[in-house]
Design a protein around this ligand. Structure first.
Ligand code: AMP
Ligand code: MG
Length: 318
């Protein structure tokens, strides 16, 4: 990772054009939204999204929220439904994130959803965020622009204090108005579920829906797997730190090893992160146990190993 100071850009024509071209090249740009400053990357590029996790030092790959310009742009990526329509009409643009099933040809990198078949998506209201999305002309994955475990940034100075040397640029448009994360509503099964309280009051959402939102605790994972599950679990058993394949196993490799699919033949952890979920899905589809080569624990390797050990563990409790 280079140690360059991030460019501090104004939300004028030149600043927005520069920010958009950095994003198009797969770089990270922090930008203001009405909730908090987001750390944006091209949501279609696994390599760009891997940089988000590296910059934040996130110990785990959690699914990220994708930001788009409007409902039409959202409909390119997710299967839309009537409830989404009512909520989007009432609250977009604004601090409401909807979780909906991914549609065929969605184009979103699997690292964004951490391998899930649903996508969290929202339309930010902040003018600079809107202008950046239009200049970039694509979906931006953007968690809060702070190192993992630190509080969310509501000014460019907060972003700089946390991420100096780790990101290409900060689009500075002063403090954020809401200062709270977006409210997240799951719409991928019959009844809408409150997945995270946030900047939009639950009562306002319920008034539009004419029904109460279910709480996470009220939803059985069996009835609504894509709705509340927070991580992708392969059906196959997963064995970690495998030096050699046992009979019948498929090998998910790392580095110069003989294997069925390789996360990164050159041992590049960012490439491995970008490939992790799509490779797991591909091997899982073949219906055999999966053995995974040892992966170093430093940098992005910590998050890769975290996800793999959850994949290995969850089989035992199913
Ligand atoms: P943040 O790090 O602030 O962007 O938070 C993203 C939030 O969205 C986390 O709480 C995630 O668990 C949640 N989230 C993102 N994608 C999904 C999804 N597909 N299903 C359920 N929750 C999601
Ligand atoms: Mg955060």
């Amino acid at each position: 990772m280079d140690e360059l100071r991030p460019a501090i850009l104004s939300p004028d024509h030149a600043g927005l054009a520069r920010a958009a071209s950095l994003l198009q090249r797969g770089e990270l740009v922090a930008f203001p939204t009405e909730t908090v400053y987001g750390l944006g990357a091209d949501a279609r590029s696994g390599r760009a999204v891997a940089r988000i996790f590296a910059a934040k030092d996130r110990p785990s790959f959690n699914p990220l929220i994708v930001h788009v310009t409007d409902r039409k742009a959202a409909e390119r990526h997710v299967r839309w439904n009537d409830t989404a329509d009512r909520l989007a009409t009432a609250f977009w643009p604004g601090p409401l994130t909807l979780v909906l099933p991914l549609k065929d040809g969605h184009g979103i990198a699997s690292l964004v959803t951490a391998g899930l078949d649903t996508l969290a998506i929202r339309v930010p209201a902040h003018p600079a965020a809107q202008q950046l999305l239009r200049a970039f002309d694509g979906p931006l994955a953007a968690p809060s622009a702070n190192p993992s475990g630190r509080i969310s940034p509501t000014s460019a100075a907060h972003v700089l204090a946390g991420l100096d040397g780790r990101i290409a640029a900060i689009l500075d448009d002063g403090p954020c108005a809401v200062g709270l994360e977006s409210t997240i509503v799951g719409l991928s099964s019959d009844d809408p579920v409150l997945l995270r309280p946030g900047g939009l009051a639950v009562e306002q959402i319920e008034a539009v829906l004419g029904q109460p939102l279910l709480r996470r605790s009220e939803v059985s994972p069996l009835n609504a797997p894509g709705q509340i599950s927070s991580h992708y679990a392969p059906a196959a058993s997963v064995r970690l730190n495998a030096q050699m394949a046992r009979p019948g196993e498929l090998v998910l490799g790392f580095g110069p090893v003989v294997c069925d699919l390789n996360l990164s033949p050159t041992g590049d952890l960012a490439e491995a992160a970008a490939n992790l979920f799509s490779h797991l899905h591909q091997l899982d589809a073949r219906g055999q146990p999966i053995a995974v080569s040892p992966i170093p624990g430093h940098g992005l390797g910590a998050a890769i190993n975290d996800r793999l050990s959850r994949a290995a563990a969850c089989r035992d409790i199913v």
